[in-house]
Write a protein that binds this ligand. Sequence first.
Ligand code: HEC
Ligand code: HEC
Length: 507
Amino acid sequence: MSSKICRSRTRAAGAAWWPANLLGTLGCCLALAAGGSGCGPADPESLPGSEEAPPPGYIAPSPQRPGDAQRGYDALVNFGYVRCGVPYPLFAAYSKLFPTKAADKLPGRTGHNTELPYYLTSFRTKKGVELVTLNCMVCHAARLGGQLVMGLGETNSDYTGSVSSLADVLGKVLALGGSLTLNADEKAELNRFTSRSTLLAPYLGTRSKGVNPADSLGAILAAHRDPTTLAWSDTPIITPPDKEPVPLDVPPWWRVKKKNALYYMGFGRNDHSRLLMASSMLCTDDTAEADEIDARFPDVRAFLASLSPPRYSGPIDGGLAERGRLVFEGTCARCHGTYGPDKQGAGSYPNRLIDIDEVRTDDTLVEEVNSPRGRQYFGWLNTSWFGKLARVEPTHGYVAPPLDGVWATAPFLHNGSVPTLQALLDSSQRPRYFTRRVVAGEDSFDPVAVGIRYTPLDHGQLDEKDASKRTSIYDTTLLGYSNSGHTFGDALSAEDRKAVIEYVKTL
Ligand code: HEC
Ligand code: HEC
């Protein structure tokens, strides 16, 4: 225990010191006082006589509530953590038109869930109304080489037409509803779901297909709630987010076990489970219900932390990968860590936040978080029911993520602006405009450039004459969609770059 202390400050890259993560420190101290071991190694820099200084931007761990991974999986696939949806009879009528494919079913599901695709969950409300709703896997499960991988970010969703398509789907559902007799409770649930969805839709429309508006989703749901009671308010209490969401690429879940702070900017501090259950904020309008959902989330977190990345199944040139390891350890490891087996047997991950002025990738998210509106939203979270266990820190950069299984997670960077590892490590090869290349019978994974197959274009969305094709163009000149920065691979020789890519396939 002597190597552990209670840190009061985290340091960001550059000279800037960021405000103390006070609650985290307190929680950490309390855990230590109680004889726990929840706090990881202290920042050795603050230990007099310590030999090794931590890298700048080190994010210290905070204690997490223990959970059971198996129960967490059960909760993820069977429990109704999103508390509103479409009444089951209505859904059943609609789904007759679209029966669930066998490949979309998950093991371990119960009740009507056995018949539902992985991204939908059915559950009963307190009044006994059975509802069907979306779950975490609508964003956090995806296919790789034909196999569904839990925790792999979905990068093919289309949020560009969210306003019209959502209205469209609901319209169809409502039309079907006309021929079905719903009871009063079912009608009330349908109304609640429809009105919430209609309110959200205008904030979720991205410019390109594939990227995700999830951070805006959280902000708009918070804006309409009392922070203490979580009671819903039809008029916003704090400034709602911009109607143009910051585009995001969904990160893989298997990073959770290594990350001391959640989310791209590392703003998710203290109790991670409570932050994760914030994803279920759509219709949870009181703290009693929130407590009930929260009770299942240490298990959910334990399940996420138990996940391992898929292994690369194609051929790997061992000699080249070994050369790549040496280059990686010289060029990349100070930010991304080392990967076992090494002297310690398992590698080490430095949990570093890199200031935006150093990584220089798209800064729209950093600007948003640090804007008066962003600060107001973070203030809401920190003083709310969520802030009793969790905390959000408005950081000024991005976490250098663990690179386990990163070969499977194209497109790259937090906004999904770079389609392949080859282009990530040689910025002169990054396409300014591109569309995904989908060829029937051909896997969309490119094993040479390592990433998604794409076609570079000579024009952006504005110059595309065929309006129906515009949103298929990833246009890096749009606000939030830039592919700038992270030029750390540019100085490598072509041979070294190839070697690093080969090595990354082994992670
Ligand atoms: C609408 C899509 C969507 C849904 C639904 C969703 N997420 Fe996410 N999730 C995202 C996106 C996008 C991010 C990246 C946000 C960021 O880092 O700023 C993210 C981030 C995360 C992270 C952080 C990963 C990291 O590397 O730091 C975890 C863990 C996570 N989500 C778990 C969940 C769980 C559990 C649920 C269900 C309760 C859920 N998510 C529901 C889109 C979604
Ligand atoms: C100074 C720190 C730093 C160095 C050095 C560095 N990276 Fe990164 N890397 C980052 C940060 C920060 C991000 C996240 C940036 C973002 O998402 O905007 C990142 C992102 C990545 C990603 C994309 C992850 C994803 O989920 O999309 C890959 C792959 C990657 N780095 C590989 C490398 C390799 C290989 C090297 C060495 C040639 C390297 N990096 C050197 C800080 C660094």
